[in-house]
Design a protein around this ligand. Structure first.
Ligand code: G3H
Ligand code: 13P
Ligand code: ZN
Length: 354
């Protein structure tokens, strides 16, 4: 079984200078799409599920879906990651369910709505790190709060993210604070706030440096050259998918995502994990709309969902190629979580040194 930790995967990505798309899966078809894309491109796999995806699918069923995917593709190293864990118990239940990596998002309080402060974030994240590392499981933490630099607002679409408006002091990760946070917690990867937000409505225009602050990533990388950085809200929101949805009865007002070239720029400055959910949702939605529009008498859900699964597969394969993880799967020799636990206990991983 090729279950691997985030730490092993991102260390490999760092060593070879590539980025790993972290694809959110929300149902069977999105999982199949991510796995098929990895198989096509010989890529390692970074599968992530949010709290709401866990709830939607059901933890027990999700566990078997994940294990089934790993069994079906034994030649692919797979990391199973919890996206945006909100407290210790959510993270610890994910560990019990077989995730090899968790995100403790302490940038917000456990309600996932109220911005927290440094001390709270450092403490809750350190607690998760202690538990996770003793089991060889990796931890992603976050410094700074995700939200739009254009509007000062968080995400609304999925009902999580902070409420109200925040200033740039909160919406941009402070490099000095990021360094203190990594030292205080011992996390394996650091999510940063640079103006990206979740969902399709990220930017009202093609983003320039004032609303997508890639220079902040570069500053953090200068301070923490060995820390793996994570970009959330990194979907590119392709124009052709907006058009596809709108051509078949949908309504996506003009919007812009994170251009792929900006992600490539980030990869040159230590970005190793690139979170993508919205693009997969849009590929599925556009294809479903098109199929239903063109086949009005169809009610076979396999026929309805199949083209979306194929479009999502092609999208994921393209991301694997552009971010450079294509061709890397067979270069990774899986290290067991037990060995990872021994390595943590031996003090082998300290991203603030070296
Ligand atoms: O965290 C953001 C991801 O896009 C997950 O969203 O909570 O609707 O699954 P979700
Ligand atoms: P997108 O909404 O841009 O796909 O971001 C997903 C994400 O960051 C999940 O944590
Ligand atoms: Zn996110």
């Amino acid at each position: 079984m090729a279950l691997i930790s985030l730490r092993q995967l991102l260390d490999h990505a760092g060593e070879h200078g590539y980025g790993m798309p972290a694809f959110n899966i929300t149902n069977l078809e999105t999982l199949q799409a991510v796995m098929a894309a990895a198989d096509k491109t010989n890529s390692p796999v970074l599968l992530q599920a949010s709290r709401s995806a866990r709830k939607y699918i059901d933890d027990t069923i999700l566990k078997h879906l994940f294990m089934g995917a790993i069994e079906r593709y034994p030649h692919l190293p797979v990391c199973l990651h919890l996206d945006h864990g909100n407290d210790l118990s959510t993270c610890s239940s994910a560990m019990d369910f077989g995730f090899s990596s968790v995100m403790m998002d302490g940038s917000l309080m456990a309600d996932a709505k109220t911005p927290s402060d440094f001390d709270y974030n450092a403490e809750v994240t350190s607690n998760v790190v202690e538990l996770a590392h003793s089991r060889g499981i990796s931890v992603e933490g976050e410094s700074g709060v995700l939200g739009s630099l254009e509007t000062g607002e968080g995400e609304k679409e999925d009902g999580h993210g902070f409420e109200g408006k925040l200033g740039k002091d909160m919406l941009l990760t402070d490099p000095e604070e990021a360094e203190r946070f990594v030292r205080a917690t011992g996390i394996d990867a650091l999510a940063v706030a640079v103006g990206t937000s979740h969902g399709a409505y990220k930017f009202s225009r093609r983003p320039s440096g004032d609303i997508l602050a890639m220079s902040v990533i570069e500053k953090i990388h200068e301070r923490l050259p060995n820390t793996h950085l994570v970009m959330h809200g990194a979907s590119s929101v392709p124009e052709e998918l907006q058009q596809l949805i709108n051509a078949h009865g949908g309504f996506i007002p003009e919007t812009f995502g994170v251009p792929l070239e900006e992600v490539e720029r980030g990869i040159k400055s230590g970005v190793r994990k690139i979170n993508i959910d919205t693009d997969i949702r849009m590929a599925m939605t556009g294809s479903i709309r098109k199929f239903l529009d063109e086949n009005r008498s169809s009610f076979d859900v396999r026929a309805i969902l199949g083209p979306g699964r194929e479009r999502a597969t092609n999208l994921c394969a393209k991301r694997n190629e552009i971010f450079g993880c294509a061709g890397m799967a067979d270069k990774i020799k899986p290290v067991s979580l037990q060995t990872m636990a021994d390595r943590y206990a031996g003090g082998l991983y300290d991203t603030t040194k070296g």
